[in-house]
Design a binder for this molecule. Structure first.
Ligand SMILES: Cc1ncc(C[n+]2csc(CCOP(=O)(O)OP(=O)(O)O)c2C)c(N)n1
Ligand SMILES: O=C1C[C@@H](O)[C@H](O)[C@@H](O)C1=O
Ligand SMILES: [Mg+2]
Length: 636
């Protein structure tokens, strides 16, 4: 057999160039490129290999390891997990910075290939710079911290180990049932070590992603459950989106008059304008979706993980009455809530299920339309919130006095409500625009009131709700959809936490639009704190002498080379958005908004750990209320 002498890193890059994916009859390269931050751990290994022959791989220089890995994740999420970027980092702090991003990808079941460098395999120069030198074992390095947050993890200390390791990594990343981050740590000396690799290892390799079909028992059982139900509701999860089940979902819903409700990951599988789509459900759900779910006697969970946000901490359903039917490629997910399990591809299952339901119709009648209408009226109200200097009634009530509101209005020079601003954005951007967000109050607002009409235009990470995904992810989403505008909807807190990849986007002329909602604080956490009986405590951004912090974010972004705007009215915001569309460079719109003007309520509940004993009656009250609510919740 022919051999080719390559360094481990050269073999890695050569292999990445030859990986293809085959889905629904289409075949294309699986690895699009590499994000890199070079240090002594990887510049002479992977850096050298990429310089010598990158093949078709695009190379982007990242600015923060976490940021570039989140960009890679957003790319893959936007590509419906059909294509990835790899991420190479140096050893020690460079690899440690991957931990948060790996966890974000894991919680969201998104494939990314992480390639952190590791300490010396020979150990000759130990302790090397950036080696933590763990006393109880030299075999433990910073990279072990990636084990709990990787779907697959391996360490390469000999060049030939690379071959079996890569095969496992690609098998995992291309399996819809277990897809997630694969981490291969390569000892920094081994990256440059040569080996005679079998040429066969580098032949084109196709990873077939065949749709897993349901067995007859599953289909008959599922059909029977639906036919026996009066008011089934379909919960559309991320699995439905990745399976591209839109058309069959619409057919199923229309034929049998079954309402759809959505998780964060499932939103924009079917457009919000579809008449039976009642929108997001759960803690950040619409009143329409939450009412339908509560009335339902059968929840058909399609590709959902049933997180606490989707189920209102397991209080959203009437567990006495309601049964569950779970369609999921993952057995772990299918087992949840004592459901009847169909472990199979969502689209294929629904296509085979529909013919078995001939003649069936739910008892919802006109109720779906009525619920939707009621919600659209509420959404309209949220688009027209006006601030008043006296007796202002915000969405989040009973936290701030009027004096505090007036103080914010003066300090930030704004009277704009967040919901009104957000809906102005929704009205103004092109329908095929991709939005991206993740943490703070904005994910809740978009799940409720952002109405996407074009498929796969809602890139919201709410499995890990990682501050920093908003801006980092915008770069990845843009790489995936170069012909669409990408809008990062981000709070001031998240923007401050990390926006390094905004600079990468500007550097590589990948236009992204940052729409920054500045309420000078961690608004949602302040709400959570005050709604559970505490005072406002270190969650507003105030100075040493208690003044509200007012940062000119437009000026910050101007320094990076972005086109920027500062706005505090709906008209100003719309004009900025229109102008931003005309720009070739990345943009940032700094919108000053009032706190407590995000959406809230709608019959949802979140189980959070309230103090059982404290010095405040208000906290005791919150604790008692939680205890009562928990009595209604399903225990597991
Ligand atoms: C990396 C990370 N750290 C901490 C948190 C906890 N956390 C969630 S939301 C939030 C504040 C977000 O503030 P901002 O972005 O301004 O949004 P707002 O709630 O004000 O809309 C914090 C600290 C998180 N989700 N992610
Ligand atoms: O703690 C949190 C509260 C949520 O409201 C928020 O969206 C999320 O980012 C979070 O971490
Ligand atoms: Mg904020």
């Amino acid at each position: 057999m022919g051999k080719v002498r390559l360094t481990t890193a050269q073999a890695l890059i050569k292999f990445l160039n030859q990986q293809y994916i085959h889905i629904d009859g289409k075949e294309f390269p699986f690895v699009e490129g590499v994000f890199a931050i070079f240090g002594h751990g990887n510049v002479l290994g992977i850096g050298q290999a990429l310089e010598q022959d990158p093949g078709h791989l695009k190379v982007f220089q990242g600015k923060n390891e976490q940021g570039m890995a989140l960009a890679a994740m957003a790319y893959s999420k936007q590509m419906l997990r059909q294509k990835i970027y790899a991420v190479t980092t140096s050893v020690g702090p460079g690899s440690a910075n991957l931990v948060t991003a790996a966890a974000t990808a894991l919680a969201n079941n998104i494939p990314v290939l992480l390639l952190p460098a590791d300490t010396f395999a020979t150990r000759q120069p130990d302790p090397v710079l950036q080696q933590v030198e763990q006393e109880y074992s030299a075999a433990v390095t910073t990279n072990d911290a990636l084990k709990p947050v990787s779907r697959y993890w391996d360490r390469i200390t000999r060049p030939e180990q690379l071959m079996s390791s890569l095969l496992r990594a690609f098998e995992v990343m291309t399996d819809p049932g277990k897809s997630g981050p694969a981490t291969i740590c390569i000892a920094q000396d081994v990256e440059g070590e040569a080996y005679d690799y079998d040429e066969k290892f580098f032949e084109k390799r196709v990873h077939y992603v065949d749709r897993k079909a349901p067995v007859d028992r599953e289909l008959q059982g599922a059909a029977q459950l639906i036919k026996n139900s009066k008011k089934p509701v379909i919960l559309v999860g991320g699995g439905a989106k990745y399976s591209q089940a839109k058309n069959i979902l619409v057919e199923l819903s229309e034929k049998h008059n079954i309402p759809l409700v959505e998780t964060q990951a499932g939103k924009a599988t079917v457009g919000s304008d579809f008449r039976n789509n009642l929108g997001g459900m759960g803690i950040t759900g619409t009143l329409a979706a939450n009412k339908a779910a509560r009335e339902s006697d059968l929840i058909i969970g399609i590709g959902t993980r049933y997180t606490d946000f989707a189920t209102s901490s397991k209080t959203a359903f009437d567990f006495e009455k309601s049964k569950f039917l779970n369609i999921n490629v993952s057995r772990l997910q299918a087992y949840k809530l004592d459901a009847f399990q169909v472990v199979a591809d969502a689209k294929l299952t629904l296509e085979q299920l529909v013919p078995l339901l001939e003649g069936y119709e739910t008892q919802f009648g006109r109720e779906i339309a009525e619920l939707k209408e009621e919600w659209l009226t509420e959404r309209k109200r949220l688009s027209e919130v006006t601030f008043t200097r006296e007796n202002f009634e915000p969405e989040v009530k009973n936290n701030f006095t009027q004096d505090v509101f007036n103080e914010y209005a003066d300090a930030l020079n704004t009277e704009l409500a967040q919901t009104t601003a957000l809906l102005a954005v929704n009205d103004t951007v092109a329908p095929d625009s991709v939005i991206i967000t993740s943490a703070g109050s904005l994910p809740g607002d978009v799940q409720r009131i952002w109405n996407p009409t074009v498929e796969n235009t809602y890139n919201v990470e709410y499995g890990y709700s990682c501050m920093g995904y908003e801006v980092s992810g915008a770069l990845g989403a843009k790489l995936a959809t170069p012909n669409q505008e990408v809008y990062s909807l981000v709070g001031d807190g998240s923007f401050l936490l990390m926006h390094s990849e905004f600079i990468t986007a500007i550097q590589y002329n990948q236009k992204v639009n940052i729409v920054l909602f500045d309420n000078s604080g961690w608004g949602c956490i302040n709400n959570l704190q005050m709604e559970n009986g505490s005072d406002s405590f270190y969650t507003e951004f105030r100075t040493h002498n208690n003044e509200i912090l007012n940062i000119d974010y437009a000026k910050v972004a101007e320094g990076y080379g972005a086109k920027t705007y500062s706005v505090n009215t709906v008209d100003g915001l719309k004009a900025a958005l229109e102008d931003a569309k005309q720009q070739e460079v990345s943009t940032l719109i700094d919108i000053k908004v009032l706190p407590k003007t995000m959406t809230d309520g709608y019959e949802s509940w979140w189980n959070v750990g309230v103090a059982e004993v404290s010095h405040k009656d208000s906290i005791q009250k919150a604790f008692d209320a939680r205890k009562q609510k928990l009595e209604l919740a399903k225990q597991y």
